[in-house]
Design a protein around this ligand. Structure first.
Ligand SMILES: O=P(O)(O)OC[C@@H](O)[C@@H](O)c1c[nH]c2ccccc12
Length: 263
């Protein structure tokens, strides 16, 4: 079969990217970097904090579904504005080829913020988890659609042993049921189907009660209306991952400020 969906393409390229990175930076180098021994923030504490609003605000320059979203925004400036607006955490895309990320983006966000930072990427190798720790991230993402249950369990354990928080992303009930394991802190329902880019916020409402209450519950993608946050909250969600709605504007910091006034 010739047809390959975008997720397959991303993973194929990711394997090359990780192989190249391993050539350039050894595991010993990662373990010796300044941020490696810092104690990550608790994702849960910041999601539940009274003075934080549950938003996980994302820095995203481009995406395969939307193309260029913002080519000029500065990562330190925007993440600080997100933080000042009361975001519970920051999500920083580090995928280079499909999302326009730079590995330095995590370092830059880390240097100027004292709230959790999520390394947003397609994790397929323990090496990437060590990178996340070395760059100063607090949370890693595991995407059920590209990992076996065993990989999710093993990567989750590896990350938790490093003190990192683990966010599992699912898109349907089958992924949720097969992927759930104890080595997770939060479960995110992606309203966007990464294989074909269709979005439907109903996915979150359909799955929220299937997520065991021991995990933080996050709704991800396609959120553009403060009313939606209220509905997701009353349905049981603790966190709301929002990128494009802020990044597509000229001033993402102002956009989040205006948005949070009405939630
Ligand atoms: O820009 P949006 O529609 O607000 O979505 C943010 C975030 O949920 C989305 O970027 C995302 C969710 N899961 C991912 C996995 C990889 C890359 C990106 C993503």
């Amino acid at each position: 079969m010739n047809y390959m969906n975008i997720l397959d393409k991303i993973v194929l390229r990711k394997k090359e990217e990780v192989a190249d990175a391993k050539q350039l930076v050894s595991i010993a180098d990662l373990e010796n970097s300044v941020n490696f021994n810092r104690k990550p923030y608790s994702f849960k504490d910041f999601l539940l904090a009274d003075d934080r609003n549950g938003i996980i605000a994302e820095f995203k320059r481009r995406s395969p579904s939307k193309g260029l979203i913002n080519g000029i925004a500065d990562v330190a400036e925007v993440t600080q504005a997100y933080n000042n607006a009361g975001a519970s955490a920051l999500s920083v895309l580090t995928d280079v080829d499909f999302f326009g990320g730079k590995t330095d983006d995590i370092l830059a966000a880390r240097a100027v913020n004292s709230i959790p930072v999520l390394r947003k990427d397609f994790m397929i190798d323990e090496y990437q988890i060590l990178e996340a720790k070395a760059w100063g991230a607090d949370i890693i993402l595991l995407i059920a659609a590209i990992l076996t249950p065993k990989q999710i369990n093993d990567f989750g354990k590896f990350a938790k042993d490093l003190g990192l928080n683990v966010l599992l992303e699912v898109h349907n009930l089958e992924e949720l049921e097969r992927s759930i394991c104890p080595n997770l802190d939060a479960i995110g329902v992606n309203n966007r189907n990464l294989a074909d880019f269709t979005v439907d916020i109903q996915t979150s409402f359909d799955l929220v009660n299937k997520i065991p209450n021991e995990f933080m519950k996050i709704s991800e993608s396609a959120i553009s209306n403060p009313e939606t946050i209220k509905q997701l909250k009353s349905a049981g969600f603790n966190g709301f991952l929002i990128g494009e709605n802020f990044m597509k504007t000229e001033n993402p910091g102002e956009a989040i400020k205006a948005f949070t006034k009405s939630i």
